[in-house]
Design a protein around this ligand. Structure first.
Ligand code: ASP
Length: 575
């Protein structure tokens, strides 16, 4: 019978052996990454988490009969002697490439069926469907690249924990089964068996709990928190994601921003050995829209937006960018695609390829003035004609997207920028009501309080977003710590007194028992790690992500509930 006991426990890890270990007797445990025969000699690449090492089995070795039976991804133990490879067999691309292990003994710890995923070949993997990768995620995670992303993530979390702990922050866990915390999304509801007709809401963020920890006097808090938001599927959205969440008492906005900068400096040095220049550049929301057309400017490229013409309510705006000359073939389709989401009077581009060949295209109405913009070889210009906000935002989308493709950003280039002073409110397109741009616990700037009643849309918030390479990686604010102001905020958003008390009575009450001034921020950990790993999708840095339909093909989640559970929920009328 197939035994579950085994003898050869490892004394070394595969990836740590070097030429100085030559002559040592070692035992390794790991997976057969690949196996090949050269003449009668068998070469095995043996892999564990630390890396890969070559094992050689000659026909004379006692291990030979076992080696002949091996296949990919068998789990084995190898006992053998480390020896230097012959000069002509040294592999400079492998950290263990100067040595190999001559096997004396092989013990098979477990076999593997033929793999449903070609994890041994990256070029085959690139054509494998994501559905299959997620269905066998535990195999996908064996790939070097995917494994490294998970290791990077662990390093980032550790560095964050180390940094904030060293600054006197304490880690506190807050409930996941909570009551609605409005972060602008739908709640995931969990029906309560013990309280008929009642539901828990999975927390969208620890926002209210962390504020209450400040009222409790804990002063400096952090948490690696899972957040749940039941939103419609969109590219790269996950129904659960992780925040590195923090909050501090007795601080101004400057204090929060400076500790965040220090923490990023620490993390990038520890994890990537990169020295980030601080302080990070800062723009107000208005400035960011005016100069870059977006509140998430990618500052790895310098192009700024300019106004060429202003007639009445119409603006002709543009940006120039190096590298666009090479993109003549695709510029038209990219502009057309982006324009679908904006109602502009006109838009267009002109670009000069090397050798001074020009390409251009104008769509809709574009004033003659566009001809006046001078271009150098290789450069291009994109125009938009419409109202200020629409023209700017259209250009902002293209600036970020084209900049990434124009071959003008360096690898490992990281560009942080703060965007501050967001409007406190925006108008909900469906209801026409005021809604908070960040969340309703964000403090207005003190100087704007007189505007709250008369011109609420002009009120700016004491808020700040941290943007990295065009992605928002953190967002936070100074909070409201007085009951009257919190009530005012709710009532401007259309909540009646009763609704306020029902939903947020506990918060309003707490604000009356000595709530200190406080503020904080939350990092989107998945996005931060994805940018650091050079990955476009956060799914690549999450061990077990959901697919684009918000489902998990491996476990089959979501799934129907077992009938015996539903019996306890008879009040829940299922149609
Ligand atoms: N709770 C906020 C969010 O999830 C972050 C914060 O204000 O600290 O975006």
């Amino acid at each position: 019978m197939d035994s579950i006991s085994w003898r050869l426990k490892r004394t070394y890890k595969c990836g740590e052996l070097r030429s100085k270990d030559a002559g040592k007797e070692v035992i390794l445990n790991g997976w057969v990454h690949s196996i090949r025969k050269v003449g009668r000699v068998i070469f095995i690449l043996l892999r564990d988490r630390s890396g890969i090492v070559q094992v050689v089995v000659t026909p004379k070795s006692q291990a030979f009969p076992a080696a002949k039976e091996l296949d990919r991804e068998f789990v084995i133990a190898v006992k053998g002697e480390v020896r230097l490879r012959p000069k002509n067999q040294v592999n400079p691309d492998m950290p263990t490439g100067e040595i190999e292990v001559a096997a004396h003994e092989i013990e098979v710890l477990n076999e593997s069926k033929p793999l449903p995923l070609p994890i041994w070949d990256e070029s085959l993997m690139s054509t494998t469907s994501e559905a299959n990768r997620l269905r066998y995620r535990y195999l996908d995670l064996r790939r070097e690249k995917v494994k490294n992303n998970i290791l990077l993530r662990a390093k980032v979390v550790k560095a964050m924990r180390d940094f904030y702990t060293s600054k006197g922050f304490i880690e506190v866990e807050t409930p996941y089964l909570g009551r609605s915390t409005p972060e602008g999304a739908r709640d995931f509801l969990v029906p309560s068996r013990l309280h008929p007709r009642k539901f828990y809401a999975l927390t969208q963020s620890p926002q209210l709990f962390k504020q209450l920890l400040m009222v409790a006097g804990l002063e400096k808090y952090f948490q690696v928190a899972r957040c749940f938001r039941d939103e419609d599927p969109r590219a790269d959205r996950q129904p659960e994601f992780t925040q590195f969440d923090m909050e501090i008492s007795f601080v101004t906005r400057e204090d929060v921003m400076s500790v965040v900068e220090e923490s990023m400096k620490y993390v990038f040095r520890e994890v990537l050995n990169i020295d980030l220049p601080t302080p990070f550049p800062r723009f107000t929301y208005e400035e960011a829209i005016e100069r870059f057309g977006t509140d998430k400017p990618d500052l790895r490229f310098p192009s700024e937006l300019h106004t060429l013409l202003e007639d009445g309510r119409l603006y002709l705006r543009y940006f120039k960018m190096k590298g666009l000359g090479k993109m003549c073939g695709t510029l038209q389709s990219k502009l057309k695609e982006a324009a679908k989401n904006f109602s502009l009077k006109g838009y267009g581009f002109r670009a000069v390829d090397l050798g001074s060949k020009e390409c251009s295209e104008a769509m809709g109405v574009l004033p003659e003035d566009v001809k006046g913009v001078e271009l150098e070889e290789g450069e291009g210009v994109v125009f938009a004609y419409g109202d200020f906000a629409t023209a700017s935002q259209f250009l902002g989308v293209l600036r970020n997207a084209l900049g990434r493709e124009a071959g003008i950003v360096k690898r490992n280039q990281y560009s942080f920028v703060w965007v501050t002073d967001f409007p406190l409110f925006e108008v909900d397109e469906e209801t026409g009501r005021l809604i908070s741009k960040h969340h309703p616990f964000t403090s207005p700037r003190p100087e704007d309080i007189p505007l709250l009643d008369k011109e609420p849309l002009k009120v700016k918030a004491l808020s700040y977003d941290l943007v990295l390479n065009g992605y928002e990686v953190a967002g936070g604010s100074i909070r409201i710590h007085k009951r009257w102001l919190q009530e005012k905020m709710f009532s401007l958003m259309g909540l009646s007194k009763e609704e306020m008390i029902d939903r947020y009575g506990f918060l309003l009450e707490a604000l009356e028992f000595g709530a200190p001034p406080h503020g904080g921020i939350a990092f989107g950990l998945d996005r931060l790690v994805a940018v650091m790993a050079g990955e476009d999708s956060i799914r690549d840095v999450i061990a077990f992500p959901k697919n684009k339909e918000m489902a998990d093909p491996m476990t089959g989640s979501p799934a129907e509930a077992p009938p015996e559970y539903l019996k306890d929920l008879t009040w829940l009328k299922l149609t």
